[in-house]
Every structure is written in structure tokens, then in C-alpha cells.
Design a protein around this ligand. Sequence first.
Ligand code: FE2
Ligand code: FE2
Length: 372
Amino acid sequence: MGEEAIVTEKATVLIVEDSAIIRRLIHDQVTKLGYDAREAENGQIALDSMRQSLPDCIILDLMMPVMSGPELLEIMQQDATLKNIPVIVVTALSDMDKIVYCIEHGAADYMQKPFRAQVLRARLASCIDRKKFHDREVVMQHQLEEHNAILEERVKEQVNQITAAQTATIFAMCKMAESRDLDTGEHLERVREFCSVLAKSFLANPNPGEPPPSPGFLDNIRTASALHDIGKVAIPDIVLQKPGKLTMEEFEIMKTHTTNGFNLLANVNNLHPGNTFISMGMEVALSHHERWDGKGYPNSVKDYQIPLSARVMSIADVYDALSHQRCYKKAMTHEESMHIIDDGAGSQFDPYLVDLFFNLQEDLIRIGVEYD
Ligand SMILES: [Fe+2]
Ligand SMILES: [Fe+2]
């Protein structure tokens, strides 16, 4: 916001005139009218004086050495602060062209020399009134902008608080659901972080082979990752918690956790359509067991038919399952787990994402330690 002159009780008039006699004459008339008067003998001196302190009105002669009246007007028009100071042009000539030029270049009014005191009073009063009005408007505009900024900030803060509370609630409920699946511990936290670093890396190194992800992809995958196995709430304990290998029948039941989760979230989506977090939740729930080669479940879709979110999720989920202990198996080392991920590039996993995942090994190890 630029500095603005506010008209105080006693307005200041800057008289710009090269003739000392005429300057003095106008000075006397101006002070008699109750204004403060300042003088400048040419445009340049007037400009310096204005930079020191802004006048409320200018009485400007046209023909002056060093910098003429029209030159000063042009400079003032380029300056956000100076252009709002009203200028009354004074000319001895009945040179209409010059007057028209000055009015076109921002002068508020004009007077022809010699002028009478009543004319000066009327012109000054009208210019200074307009200036006061303008100043008040500027102050109100600034106040309005400040209020709006404060309001916006408060709304943002509240939205953030609500969003953070909702995200934490969703996560807590997912954790509760996941806790039926014995021994998964901090699985959801780690998977969230693995997805985040992989999604960040993808955003920094987009795959030319597919369209860039939608805005909000990173935030959404962070939150939606916790929903990937939400459909397991409908899987009976006898299948979910079975320590040994599942029979074919049991595995068919187990597979339904993808469609169960999808259907659950699709119901939410019907109630609140257009929410990108819910639609990503649907994607990861349905498709995190799909494979790049099309041999996954539930729909056996392949390569780019599998949503990006689910392809990211699948790598994060499998890496975590391998590198951490479960009730039915021991943990592999990071290197062993990465070896299996590498073997799956192009068959189980999106090879482009596997490449990125390999460049994130420091992060993966750090996250593994942090959420052990
Ligand atoms: Fe799953
Ligand atoms: Fe999982």
C-alpha cells in the first residue's frame, strides 16, 4: 500500500511559480484563506519538496525553467502517491491548448492570471474537498483490506484445525480397524510416509508417459493411504487372523477387502460427491492389489489403467509387509525387501515408480526406524 497524504485540519498548498513576485502574491492569498503555503520556483524544486512532505494541493505555473509545469505533471502521473494530489494550473496566456494538455495529464482545474481571490478560494476549496474525500476513501479501503486479510487468516486457521481434526479421526479409525489384523503395529504410519516420499519424488520427476497428477495429489495420498485396507473390517477373524496359508476359498474371501472398502467409500462419495480425498480413498482401497501385468485383483486391470495412487500404494504396502514382521512371517532386511521390489518391476509394480523408489532408500530406512 502506497503512502497517502491525509488532509489534516490545515491543508498545505504548494505554490510552484518561477516569478518571485507572483509567488509571494499567491502565497499571501493562500495564507489569508487559512491554508499553509509552501513555495517552489520550478518543477524540480517542487518535486523535491513533495518527496519531503506531501502537500494537499498544488498551484502550478506552466512556463518555468529547469522543469516546466507540464513536465512536472507527467512525472506526478507516473507516481502512485503523487498522482492523487490535485493540481490547479495557472497560466498567463489564454493558451487553451496548454490548458487542455494539462487537464488531460491529470490537472484538476485551471485559473488564468490575473485571478481574483474569490476564484482562488473556490478552486482551492473544491480541490481540497475532493482530496479529503479521496483520502478518506483510501483509509477506508486500507481498513477494509486489513479486515479482510484478518478474516481470511481466521477462516484458514479454522479450516486447518477442522481438517487436521478430521484427518486425525479418520486415521485413528483406520488404526482401530487395522488392529484386528494382528502384528501390523505402525504399518499405517509407515505406509503413509512411504507413499508421501514416493509421491513427492513422482511430482519432482513426472513420468512423461502419463498425465501429471491432479493438484492435491500429495495431501490426498497422505491421508487416503490409511484407507487402503479399510474393507478388512468385513473379513471374518478366522480368515483375517489365520497364521498359516489361506485356502483358495479363504483367499477369495480375503480378496473382497478391496471391493468392500471401495463400496464403503463409494457410499460416502454418493453423499459428498466431488471430494478428491474420498475418490482417492476409493482408488487405493479398490486397486492396491492390482498388478502392473494385469494379474492382480479384484479387476485384473493393468499398467496405467491402475490409478497412480494405487500403484504408489502397492509398492509402499508390499515393501512394508516384507521389511516388517507379521504374525505369519519374519521381517526381511531392507536389502532383501528391495530385491523383491526390484524383481517385481514391470510385473507386479510400475517400473517407473520402482526406479524412483530405489532413489529413496535413505528415506525408507529412516522412516522404518522412526515408526518401528
Ligand atoms: Fe490390502
Ligand atoms: Fe496394508
